[in-house]
Design a protein around this ligand. Structure first.
Ligand SMILES: Cc1ncc(C[n+]2csc(CCOP(=O)(O)OP(=O)(O)O)c2C)c(N)n1
Ligand SMILES: [Mg+2]
Length: 732
């Protein structure tokens, strides 16, 4: 028969739809061979130093083409990993686009020269930006799938709306869509893999987990990663799954397995797990040499299972193509690959000026003065019945809770989840109980008001919380998640640092995950001890792409949380536990639209002789110190509450320091490497001529926070510590 090579996809093959047509088999072979030849060309280019990294798909082509052809690009959702070249080709990414990424061209559509080759991203095909971190993407697939279910039940949530992040996010969803996520067998050792199976199983989500098992994770063989050497056996008891363990070098078996998996998911029966045994004929990457750790016999037996050779034999055996026709097809592919590579090598390189682009949203500026509203406008005047919003000054906890209620009412895209945030997961209990609503009660009443689809408990797994939030947010939803204590944010650090904050920059703005992560933080609790008193905000202000907010009072917390929710960047929203219910900083309910722009410090106490820059729970302590300094020592201190730590209000700091010529930066976190180090360094660098004394810092001792109050008091900065710094600085 004649060769018909086309770029059109073969139609979706359902499991019982009879034998594959010759045309489909040729198309499968074409895609697999194309993928291998792109790898080979990249290897050549790497040796010629025209590209800078190479990781190949070789040996995985059959399982990937099977997955790609069984699913629908631009309809289903794809969370691949770095080997998934053949998958992406099957979905519609072009060879030229792949080479553009390999050379790091300005026109690389996946990342504009920011990511290594094979770090996929294509908005219109629904291929979500891939990182190098193994396994983080599985939780994004879970969040994406549950967002899809929510949207299909609540289609009005997809409506565009001006004035906030919704204006910039097109939402598309399909009632029977599925999310595919792929990992190697080694990556199944990551905790996030099990966290994703947990939620997909529990919530019966339409997620297909594809395990591309080539028997090695770089040099580590499968039995080291997987007890018993077979991941299928370990996961077999998860409820609601469709399971398939297949020869991942047999393209037809793969296509049928993914067809059946998709059918199970589309029918709403739950997730699927497709485990394909494939091979790795090339080393892990061009930086690896598998001859260092694999025997020759093992490598040879792998080679006998090469999926491309197997498919070629089948085409010949079944008389679908002759040897000459195969040759002609391969030559045509070689030409296509060579031309695509040449075009990519001639493509323009990125401008150095492009580097800062897309760190943050270019559509919504959360520092804009136009965000600011007058609190008095929305507030109910005092004198109303007790308990009514606005009838009396409210705590920070109350006004955060009020903001969450108001925003959830306004915006159906908001979902809230985390540990213990629901009123009661067993809804029936709510007829007789009051509900939990968070260990600090900050989310109290939200589930009762907005339902269990929008407010629900997560498993006790912090990476699960943030990873799923990324999956929700990247398709336009607005997750507001809670990490129960700052002290336990660390399992989520990987997701926060490498995913949440990076999604926009690494995809050059094609994807973003503007979620809000609320985090109770800090000490001064009298008995909070090591694991309920931690600070550490500078670890997060050190992450580009992440907004960091740290209010010190009820009104600021309300207005800044509203901006956090409405803005288009991921926000870490720190809530100091000690301030939740203090009498300091209570305020009237400011109404449902009160908002404060980011990056605007507040002068809490005007003064002329010393500038004291601070935030969080140190604000009331600094005020006490400043009052005493005035009263007892006649020193006039100006206190600036930064309110947001990234961005921060440099203008306010500079203006005050130019006036006073003396400055202290005070915070609760440890002194060394703390937030104050950066502020102090910048003041020294840019305001040196304005200073009459060295910049002083006040912070906690360089230890953890101890349980016994005598120790806690000595470890954390107190009003007396601050007063001493004020007096020393005045005397300098
Ligand atoms: C979280 C994380 N840890 C370590 C690495 C370094 N690393 C890259 S690939 C890899 C092995 C992955 O093996 P497997 O999951 O089996 O996938 P394969 O490469 O074999 O397809 C490792 C350890 C990484 N990228 N991410
Ligand atoms: Mg592997």
């Amino acid at each position: 028969m004649g060769i018909a090579v086309s770029t059109a996809r073969v139609p979706v093959t359902q499991p019982d739809s009879g034998p594959l047509t010759p045309q489909q088999l040729i198309e499968i072979y074409r895609l697999m061979f194309l993928s291998r030849r792109i790898d080979d060309r990249e290897i050549l280019l790497k040796r010629q130093q025209k590209i800078f990294f190479q990781v190949s798909c070789a040996g995985h082509e059959a399982v990937q083409v099977g997955a790609g052809l069984a699913l629908r690009p631009g309809y289903d959702w794809f969370f691949p990993y770095y080997r998934d070249r053949a998958l992406c080709l099957a979905l519609g990414v072009t060879p030229e686009e792949m080479f553009l990424q390999a050379v790091g061209a300005a026109t690389d559509p996946a990342s504009a020269g920011r990511q290594m080759p094979n770090h996929w991203s294509n908005r219109s095909l629904h291929i979500v930006s891939t990182s190098s971190s193994t396994t983080t993407q599985v939780l994004h697939a879970v969040g994406c799938a549950e967002a899809g279910l929510y949207l299909s039940r609540t289609p009005e949530a997809a409506a565009k709306s001006s004035g906030d992040y919704r204006a910039f996010h097109d939402i598309d969803f399909n009632r029977d869509e599925v999310a595919l996520t792929c990992v190697g067998e080694g990556s199944t050792s990551q905790g996030e893999f099990w966290e994703a199976l947990n939620t997909a199983s529990n919530r019966k989500l339409p997620v297909i987990f594809c395990i591309e098992d080539n028997g090695y994770a770089i040099s580590v063989p499968v039995e080291v990663n997987t007890p018993g050497g077979n991941i299928s056996k370990l996961v077999a008891s998860f409820p609601n799954f469709y399971f398939a363990e297949i020869d991942g070098t047999d393209a037809e078996a793969c296509l049928r397995a993914f067809g059946a998996a998709a059918e199970h998911c589309r029918a709403g029966l739950g997730p699927a797990f497709v485990h394909g045994h494939c091979i790795r004929p090339y080393s892990h990457s061009l930086s690896d040499d598998d001859k260092l750790y694999r025997s020759a016999a093992e490598r040879e037996s792998d080679a006998m299972r090469d999926p491309i050779a197997k498919m070629q034999m089948r085409l010949l055996r079944e008389g679908i193509l002759s040897a000459d026709e195969i040759n002609a097809l391969e030559q045509q592919i070689d030409r296509e690959v060579a031309e695509a590579a040449d075009r990519a090598l001639a493509a323009p390189l990125p401008e150095v000026a492009s580097i800062p682009r897309q760190v943050y949203s270019e559509d919504f500026d959360p520092t804009s003065a136009s965000i600011a509203t007058d609190p008095a406008k929305g507030a109910t005047p005092p004198g109303k019945a007790a308990g009514a919003k606005g009838s009396a000054p409210r705590t920070m906890a109350d006004l955060i809770n009020a903001c969450l209620h108001d925003e959830m009412r306004r915006d159906p895209r908001i979902v809230v989840f985390g540990e213990d945030v629901a009123d009661a997961s067993r809804e029936g209990a709510l007829a007789e109980v009051k509900g939990k609503g968070g260990v600090f009660k900050l989310t109290a009443g939200l589930q009762t008001a907005f339902g269990s689809e929008r407010v629900f408990n997560s498993p006790l797994a912090e990476a699960n919380i943030v990873g799923r939030a990324v999956g929700y947010a990247l398709r336009g939803m607005k997750p507001i998640v809670e990490i129960q204590f700052f002290d336990y944010i660390w399992p989520a650090m990987h997701q926060i640092h490498n995913e949440l904050s990076l999604m926009r920059w690494r995809s050059n703005g094609a994807w973003a995950s503007p979620a809000v992560v609320r985090v109770p933080i800090g000490g001064y609790l009298t008995g909070g001890a090591i694991y309920h008193s931690q600070s550490g905000e500078s670890l997060f202000t050190h992450i580009p792409g992440l907004r960091v907010v740290f209010p010190s009072n009820a009104l600021d917390a309300n207005g800044l949380l509203r901006t956090a929710i409405r803005c288009d960047d991921p926000v870490l929203f720190f809530e100091h536990k000690r301030l939740y219910r203090e009498s300091y900083g209570r305020a009237l309910y400011p109404g449902p639209d009160f908002a404060i722009p980011f990056g605007k410090a507040k002068i809490v106490r005007p003064g002329t002789e010393i500038t004291l820059v601070t935030y969080g729970a140190v604000v009331p302590r600094a005020l006490q110190a400043a009052e005493k300094a005035k009263r007892e020592h006649n020193i006039d201190v100006e206190i600036l509450d930064l309110r947001t730590l990234n961005p921060y209000d440099w203008e306010a700091i500079a203006t005050s320091v130019r006036k006073t010529s003396r400055v202290i930066v005070a915070h609760e976190d440890m002194l060394s490497w703390g937030y104050g180090a950066e502020i102090a360094a910048r003041i020294a660098e840019e305001l040196f001529d304005d200073l009459d004394a060295p910049v002083r810092r006040v912070g906690a001792m360089d230890t953890f926070v101890a349980y016994q109050p005598v120790l806690e008091d000595a470890i954390l900065p107190q009003p007396e510590t601050i007063l001493k710094a004020i007096r020393d600085l005045r005397a300098y």
